[in-house]
Design a protein around this ligand. Sequence first.
Ligand code: SKM
Length: 172
Amino acid sequence: MAEKRNIFLVGPMGAGKSTIGRELADKLHLDFYDSDQEIERRTGADISWVFDLEGEEGFRKREEQVIDDLTELQGIVLATGGGSVISNHVRNRLSARGIVVYLETTIDKQVARTQRDRRRPLLQTSEEPRSVLEKLAVERNPLYEEVADVIVQTDDQSAKIVANKIVERLEF
Ligand code: SKM
C-alpha cells in the first residue's frame, strides 16, 4: 500500500492550528492530533498545571516526546504547540516525517484568539499579552519559516477556507 502522507501545522498561539487542523483532517480523511491535547491526555493535567509543576523545561521535554511519537504515525494532521519549533529535534522530526505548513497570522488576531484560554501559561503573567506575543514572534517566526514547506495566511478567513487553501497549495 502506498505510504500515507502527514501534514504538520506550525505557527504561534492563536493562529488557528487546532481548528484548521480538524477541518483539514476531515476534508482529507486523515486522523487529527494536537500535541497540547496529547500532553494533557498523557499527564491527566492541563497545560497550565504541567507548567506550574514542571516548569517550561519539563513541559518542553514532554512536548518533544509527544511530537516524536505522533510524527511516527502515518496519515495524520498534527497541530503542534506554538513553542515546539524552538527545539532542533522537533524541527528535524517535522521536516523528515511530513509536510510542514506554517499558519501565519497577525499579533492582533493572536491577542483576540488567546483571550481566556487556559492553555496559554506564557500569557498569564503580569506582562501585557501583546508584548509577550511580540517578543515570541521575534524569536520564533524565523524558526517557523525555516521549517515550513508552505506558508499560509490565516487572518480573517474561516477555518474551512484556510483548509481549502492548504489543500490547493499541497495538491494533496
Ligand atoms: O503548547 C502550548 C503552551 O501554552 C506553550 C505555547 C508556546 O510556547 O507558544 C503554545 C501552546 O500551544
